[in-house]
Write a protein that binds this ligand. Structure first.
Ligand code: ADP
Ligand code: MG
Ligand code: ZN
Length: 605
């Protein structure tokens, strides 16, 4: 802002300067008046005119009484002709001093030089401004070969992130604590002949705190920490990635002991040899350089490379070889206990009302990542602030859960009466089947308020968090997914597009059952197909087939039969409990949203 003001000021000074030149060139001290030829001839006849100066087409007239006037004549018309046309007698005109001003010097400047000079000057001014503006960025463009790694320890004004800011990843912390300890007291380890890993790979789904963990390690160790993201290696210019890698490692080696953190390693570390195209070659070179650098230093010199990725499956196997990123630390989605502790961390600087039950919130948020939980509390704070509350209430947080999960409510999204009815029966169908099938998730909430993409939604919660799932549970889940579709069909003898997403998910589940989990009796315990992500001018997923056409047909049939079986199970329930279905749907139409307790009460009687 300041520099803009300064620039504007300079601009005005230049403008003033230019207009100054103009005013100097045209000397009009007491402005002469323009008059007509008739008036001029009258004055000549009255012998009032002392002097006429011809200046191009302008006749400057000086009267005896010192007054000045002027007349503009036609181009190419001489003064003699003019006098003749107005029948002015010679004795009257003879007494006037006639002067001709030489225009060439002044006019040359005004008409020829200035039109050139002004744009030129403006151009200079503009260039001047831009170069001043670009100085910062421009100089950086020249240094593009250098890595833009940020040394976090230099950012002293910021509060350091430490292990205290991460919750629920105790194993990962233990694992990384070794490294921190080594960097602090290397002798302890070296004297025992221990080799500390050069490379540690943090693996986990997005939002699980990988980047945060990288920062925390640096904060704990108190050593220089170089942070770069994989995508920063790839630029327009070929060869930049590799030289940035070289620069990054040499920078780190000058500051030993140090930690080098490569975030989003998959951006450069994809499997080589897949796909075509310039960007791909560039990535390959970058990756090669990383491998070279990883091999190029001795362990125990005090340099540790930490990388993070959420796609370990697509990483080049060479990266994972012993001596490179051989230590893998998994950061998984938090379970209920871990969610509770993550929530506590993010609730630290938020005033919560007494009724807030963190444990209950943790129960209601299975599948949430650390980032989701942070955003949940943030949404709740915004919601509370909107209502001018001084503290965040439990209800604010509960309402935010759905917002984080499904997107904001769309109350403006107005359904017709008929549509509302369809959505009510659809959601009631999901809830009912989920309620009656054993081993199914509990219904937590049903709503026919649009949210994000969905016209309505049924939130279900597992009774307990489990890592293993049985075939029965899968089939029941497919039944619940299909229940919306079936309920619509039973009630309205018609199907809408509202069930499309359910069907897609049901089919996906059934496919997985057959091809990934070996849960089909007729096909046996084996997997089929291999998903392979290739890079070919962008992203493309190709599936490798390792089975015959005949097997493909069998898989298709099995998937269909699983869906059919689940369909029938759901249909049976919905037909048998038709009255309950009606009841729940009507309740929904009346109240829009049913909480768990209301739903269960309605199911009981
Ligand atoms: P990733 O790099 O794995 O995608 P981030 O490290 O960027 O995820 O996490 C995003 C944010 O989520 C963090 O800044 C932090 O606020 C929050 N977060 C994630 N995991 C945790 C955790 N285990 N404990 C506390 N906060 C977490
Ligand atoms: Mg990250
Ligand atoms: Zn549905």
């Amino acid at each position: 802002m300041k520099s803009l003001l300064k620039n504007l000021l300079i601009f005005f000074v230049v403008l003033l300067f230019i207009s100054g030149i103009f005013s100097l060139l045209s000397d009009h001290s007491n402005k002469p008046q323009e008059i007509t030829f008739n008036r001029l001839s009258e004055q000549i006849l009255g012998e009032k005119v002392k002097e006429i100066t011809i200046e191009g087409n302008k006749l400057n007239i000086l009267l005896h009484n010192k007054e000045e006037e002027f007349v503009i004549k036609e181009e190419g018309q001489s003064l003699g002709d003019l006098f003749e046309n107005y029948n002015l007698p010679l004795e009257k005109t003879k007494i006037i001093d006639i002067k001709v001003k030489d225009l060439s010097s002044k006019n040359f400047f005004l008409t020829i030089v200035l039109p050139f000079l002004i744009p030129l000057l403006l151009l200079f001014v503009l260039i001047f401004f831009f170069t001043r503006k670009m100085k910062g960025a421009g100089m950086q463009a020249l240094k593009f070969r250098e890595s833009r790694a940020k040394n976090i320890n230099l950012e002293k004004n910021k509060k350091r992130t430490t292990f205290k800011d991460i919750a629920g990843v105790e194993e990962a912390k233990d694992e990384l604590y070794e490294i921190v300890d080594f960097l602090k007291k290397p002798k302890k380890y070296i004297s025992l002949g221990a080799k500390i890993p050069k490379g540690v790979l943090l693996i986990g789904p997005p939002g699980c705190g990988k980047t945060l963990m990288g920062r925390a390690v640096a904060g704990e160790a108190g050593v220089p920490f170089f942070h770069i993201s994989g995508s920063e290696f790839i630029e327009m210019f070929v060869g930049v990635g590799a030289s940035r890698v070289r620069d990054l490692f040499s920078k780190a080696k000058k500051n030993l002991p140090a930690i080098l953190f490569i975030d989003e390693l998959d951006a450069v570390g994809r499997q080589r040899g897949a796909g075509l195209g310039g960007s791909h070659d560039e990535r390959e070179q970058t990756l090669n350089q990383i491998l070279v650098e990883l091999d190029g230093f001795n362990p125990n010199i005090g340099l540790i490379v930490i990388a993070a990725t959420n796609r370990p499956d697509i990483l080049d196997p060479a990266l994972l070889r012993p001596g490179r990123f051989d230590r893998k630390v998994v950061l998984d989605l938090p379970d209920i206990k871990q969610r509770e502790s993550i929530l506590k961390i993010h609730a630290r600087n938020k005033p919560l009302k007494k009724d807030v039950n963190i444990k209950n919130i943790a129960e209601r948020t299975p599948g949430f990542s650390g980032a989701d939980l942070e955003s949940l509390l943030n949404e709740a704070a915004i919601l509370a602030a909107k209502k001018n509350k001084k503290k965040i209430e439990n209800l604010d947080i509960l309402n935010s859960i759905e917002k984080v999960m499904l997107g904001p409510e769309r109350r403006s999204h107005i359904l017709t009466k008929k549509e509302r009815e369809i959505v009510a029966y659809h959601e009631a169908g999901h809830a009912l089947v989920s309620h009656y099938l054993s081993g199914c998730d509990q219904v937590q909430k049903i709503s026919i308020i649009s949210r994000g993409q969905a016209a309505g939604y049924t939130l279900r919660m597992p009774k307990e968090e489990k890592y293993l799932k049985s075939k029965t549970e899968f089939l029941n889940n497919i039944s619940v997914l299909l229940a919306g579709f079936i309920s619509e069909k039973l009630k309205f003898k018609e199907i809408t597009t509202g069930a499309a997403n359910d069907l897609k998910r049901a089919t996906f589940l059934a496919e997985k059952l057959v091809t990934q989990y070996g849960m089909s009796d007729s096909l046996g315990p084996r997997t089929f197909g291999e998903k392979n992500e290739m890079v070919f001018l962008g992203k493309e997923i190709s599936e490798k087939r390792n089975f015959s056409e005949k097997t493909a047909l069998l898989i298709d049939q099995e998937v269909s039969s699983f869906i059919e079986k689940s369909f029938q199970a759901a249909e049976k329930i919905l037909i048998k409990r038709k009255k309950k279905l009606e009841k729940i749907a009507k309740l929904l139409l009346e109240k829009e949203t049913l909480e768990k307790e209301e739903f269960e009460k309605a199911m009981k009687n």
